[in-house]
Design a binder for this molecule. Structure first.
Ligand SMILES: [Zn+2]
Length: 77
């Protein structure tokens, strides 16, 4: 068995815990940012009635749920 002082053992334990926690926070932050960007791309604004809605299925052409007109994506919102 390896003999180490209790101070060193506690310090190592806390240090490793903090490092794992920091890595976890960074990964969660990145994931959250990706999800937000994805939702942002699903956001559409109708050029006729200016209604803003989310359509995740449409890529280039979407139908407005309010005035029921088809329109093409002009530029990123
Ligand atoms: Zn509309």
């Amino acid at each position: 068995m390896i003999k180490i002082e209790i101070n060193l053992a506690v310090a190592l334990y806390l240090g490793i815990s903090i490092i794992i926690l920091l890595i976890w926070i960074v990964f969660e932050y990145r994931k959250d940012k990706r999800v937000k960007e994805k939702n942002y791309n699903n956001l559409w604004q109708c050029p006729i009635c200016f209604h803003i809605y989310i359509d995740s299925r449409a890529e280039t052409i979407s139908r407005c749920p309010k005035c029921n007109t088809l329109h093409r994506r002009e530029e990123k919102m």
